[in-house]
Design a protein around this ligand. Structure first.
Ligand SMILES: Nc1nc2c(ncn2[C@@H]2O[C@H](COP(=O)(O)OP(=O)(O)OP(=O)(O)O)[C@@H](O)[C@H]2O)c(=O)[nH]1
Ligand SMILES: [Mg+2]
Length: 337
């Protein structure tokens, strides 16, 4: 258990007391990862687990951010607080999204019960899930009742949303085409609730009918058939019904035991993700720079296979004394024991 840095402790106390700057700094500290994040997360952990986490995904430009802004206002009107975590795709194509999101959600600014925050996708897929998990925990520790996570459904990022949110809303738009292929493979499996947004455009009914037809071909997965709803994020039509469907799914998760199952799966992933960096750092430090260079040269020149070199690294690690926990050292004793 990392000992709490007094600066991190002060930051957490200030953030929890409602200081906006400290809140922003705490989110950044956790997003940046490394030891300070690990220290903060260890302190925050007991405050997690109470928020409803809702994932919103779908193709670029489907209206996710506009819809998230609407959902947030609806949640606020029901007296609950909400944090929005928007994953910034940081691609040249959608690079303007963050600024756009700020504009669309600006009427939430100044409301102490709503918090909007973007997350950059500089890391790999796993790294992203980890950053999102950490920031969800920050939002929970700061007392937000609901956490909305927006991700662009492009590439493999899609599957990652399942790991970070137990309820996933997939946003589609009218004019999916007559072509079933225009619905991305894998999207049917991840959606708990489907939304055809931009229902103020023509073709929303056809798109919804097509989605329902596709869903009817698949056997209902563990007792839940994803509903298909229509919304207009521009006007707000259909947004209360969407929130109602999300709520129903969350009741289903709780009553069926699926939520507990999801929590366990997330916990297992989190343990191994957290162990990974730690383990790799220890593995690297188990040999000297010269030893490592010699292994690299051997593999590069085909004297050794990578597997053989890895074996040697792991052997070196095994021979190291346990660095982490020394019960004879006062500062390593768990407090209260
Ligand atoms: N007509 C209409 N336009 C909408 C609706 N919802 C969103 N839009 C518009 O669609 C555009 C994209 O909306 P965003 O909310 O940024 O979409 P997004 O899915 O978050 O986009 P990315 O995050 O860049 O993938 C904006 O110009 C919105 O005003 C809707 O229900 N009807
Ligand atoms: Mg967006």
């Amino acid at each position: 258990m990392p000992r709490l840095d007094p600066d991190v402790s002060t930051l957490i106390n200030r953030a929890r007391a409602g200081d906006i700057r400290s809140r922003a700094r705490l989110f950044s500290l956790v997003e940046d990862g490394g030891n300070p994040a690990a220290t903060a997360l260890a302190t925050l952990a007991p405050w997690g687990g109470h928020a409803r986490i809702i994932g919103i995904t779908g193709p670029p430009g489907a209206g996710k951010s506009t819809l998230v802004g609407r959902l947030a206002r609806e949640i606020r009107s029901r007296g609950q607080t909400v944090a929005i975590l928007a994953v910034d795709p940081a691609s040249p194509i959608t690079g303007g999204a963050v600024l756009g999101d700020r504009i669309r959600m600006q009427d939430l600014h100044g409301d102490p019960g709503a918090y909007v925050r973007s997350i950059s996708t500089r890391g790999a897929l796993g790294g992203l899930a980890r950053a999102v998990d950490g920031m969800v925990l920050v939002a929970e520790a700061l007392g937000y009742d609901v956490v909305l996570v927006e991700t662009v459904g492009a590439g493999q990022d899609e599957a990652a949303i399942i790991g970070v949110a137990p309820t996933v809303v997939v946003v589609e738009v009218p004019h999916l085409g007559d072509d079933v292929q225009s619905i991305k493979a894998g999207i049917l499996e991840i959606a708990d609730v489907f939304v055809v947004n931009k229902a103020d455009h023509d073709g929303a009914d056809q798109a919804a009918a097509m989605l329902r037809a596709m869903l009817s071909l698949a056997p209902p997965a563990d007792g839940w058939r994803p509903p298909v709803l229509k919304t207009s994020a521009l006007t707000g039509d259909g947004v209360p019904a969407l929130l109602e469907s999300i709520h129903q799914h969350q009741c289903f998760l709780e009553q069926s035991g699926r939520l507990a199952h999801w929590r366990n799966e997330r916990a297992e992933r989190q343990i191994f993700e957290a162990a990974q960096d730690n383990f790799l750092a220890r593995l690297r430090s188990s040999v000297s720079a010269a030893q490592l260079q010699s292994l690299i040269t051997d593999v590069a020149s085909h004297r050794l296979s990578a597997e053989q070199a890895a074996e040697q690294l792991l052997d070196a690690l095994d021979q190291q004394p346990m660095p982490r926990y020394n019960p004879t050292r006062q500062e390593d004793r768990f407090s209260g024991s």
